[in-house]
Design a protein around this ligand. Sequence first.
Ligand SMILES: [Zn+2]
Length: 69
Amino acid sequence: MKMNIQLFAVPFRRTSKTKKRMRRTHLKKEVGTITTCPKCGAPLRPHRACTKCGYYKGKEVINTNNEEK
Ligand SMILES: [Zn+2]
């Protein structure tokens, strides 16, 4: 009878909760830079037009009038 035995690398010990958590201390989501709109003070990503008032660098670049629809 032919035996089909596959060998895998099996971890000798299960990684403990502490060891796992210590390793993952470096894995975290970075909080992006947030500035505030100089016109309306809304939180804003840098180099993006304001979503509230549509202004960027002192000029209105997005039409925020709610006329459409
Ligand atoms: Zn704004």
